[in-house]
Design a binder for this molecule. Structure first.
Ligand SMILES: [Zn+2]
Length: 203
């Protein structure tokens, strides 16, 4: 598990980590999803599978919200005022569907979250260096033709547009495709690719 992001460090009540291909162990009780590349967000109230969707939110201490990825981005949010958290799975479909912005809206309706109180950590995913997409996907992001897509910066933009302060957002900035030693990559390894588990929990 890597958790050297500074963004969540001021929050002593939050524990988080981004898995690598060598370390996906999450301590304690774990809530997870049947991930379907959607914009569905579920409230996690117990360990185990919460249902089909691609983001989990909770304000319950002790329960780890987890996301599994291999090129898609794991994104973790924490509301410092209301002590609520979220774990998000954002590939191109989720990003195009604005799952990060919708998760903030869900946190507002569930916990009274104000985006200016939110801290965000964007984990390892496929970098702009290696993520060439065809015209059909490119058009979802306003491009005319095939391009290299930067999903980390697309998600950062959504967070900032929603009102999360830029200084509260940190991206790991490592590419799962480039770094085969540390990360699984679906694009590189195809069906053989494993998944990394990332998590966030309220202590
Ligand atoms: Zn790369």
């Amino acid at each position: 598990m890597e958790s050297f992001l500074a963004a969540l460090a001021p929050l002593a009540w939050v524990q988080h980590g981004f898995g690598t291909r060598n370390d996906c162990r999450v301590p304690g009780e774990l809530a997870f999803l049947k991930q379907i590349h959607s914009d569905l967000i579920l409230f996690a109230d117990r360990p185990g599978v919460c249902g089909e969707g691609d983001a989990l939110v909770t304000n319950l201490p002790g329960l780890a919200l987890s996301i599994r990825t291999a090129d898609c981005y794991p994104i973790l949010l924490a509301d410092a005022r209301n002590r609520a958290i979220a774990a998000i799975h954002a590939g191109w479909r989720g990003t195009a569907a604005r799952i990060v912005a919708k998760t903030l809206e869900k946190m507002t309706s569930e916990f009274g979250t104000t985006p200016s109180d939110v801290y965000a950590a964007i984990g390892p995913g496929i970098g702009v260096c290696c993520y060439e997409v065809g015209e059909e996907v490119a058009r979802q992001f306003g491009y005319e033709a095939r391009t290299h897509l930067d999903l980390a910066s697309e998600n950062r933009k959504q967070l900032e547009t929603a009102g999360v302060p830029p200084q509260n957002i940190e991206a790991l900035g490592v590419c799962t495709f480039c770094d085969a030693e540390r990360f699984f990559s679906y694009r590189r390894e195809k069906e053989k690719a494993g998944r990394m588990t990332s998590f966030i929990r309220i202590l």
